[in-house]
Design a protein around this ligand. Structure first.
Ligand code: HEC
Length: 149
């Protein structure tokens, strides 16, 4: 009886401690504004995901072009890659792993590939260009998705 009462008190104390520390944690603020009201200028056009992605794509351009009809380099041309089958750029010599992956480059497949190329497609010849940061990947993918054929 006594023991379980003590445990209950400890459990309560732990719960309170946990709650207390949660309150101190920084929280993400979501600002709700009525339609038509301009966004606070403190969040400038800087949060243009496509523009951010275009800038972040710089790490890819050593090997990839994303120009329409652009030549493939060390890696295949990536114009219109979102929605396209993996290993499908004519004239590019893919690894067998990529050619036979059977993947379609949806945004989530691209995310997984860019996060860890050889984890997603074991045996791929894309040996660099891994992007660890999820936000950076999201921006790059938004940029690639904005490039229509
Ligand atoms: C060091 C050169 C290099 C860099 C840097 C690089 N890649 Fe690649 N990438 C390749 C190669 C080579 C392939 C072909 C892989 C294969 O055949 O296995 C490839 C393939 C791909 C594919 C599959 C395309 C298709 O047609 O199936 C995507 C998508 C891709 N890369 C995206 C990126 C992105 C996004 C970046 C930048 C974050 C990047 N790559 C950086 C060399 C590179």
């Amino acid at each position: 009886m006594h023991r379980s009462a003590t445990l209950a008190v400890i459990a309560l104390a732990l719960t309170l401690t946990a709650c207390g520390s949660k309150v101190e944690d920084p929280v993400e603020q979501i600002v709700v504004r009525p339609p038509g009201v301009a966004a606070v200028p403190a969040a400038p056009a800087a949060w243009d995901l496509v523009a951010a992605g275009k800038a972040a794509f710089a790490v890819c351009t050593a090997c990839h072009s994303a120009e329409p009809g652009g030549a493939s380099g060390i890696g295949p041309n990536l114009h219109g890659v979102v929605g396209r089958g993996a290993g499908s750029v004519a004239g590019f010599s893919y690894s067998e792993a990529m050619a036979k992956s059977g993947l379609t480059w949806t945004e989530s497949e691209l995310d997984a590939f860019i996060a860890n190329p050889s984890g997603k497609v074991p045996g791929t010849e894309m040996v660099a260009g891994q992007v660890a940061d999820a936000q950076r990947r999201a921006a790059i993918i938004a940029y690639l998705a904005s490039l229509k054929n």
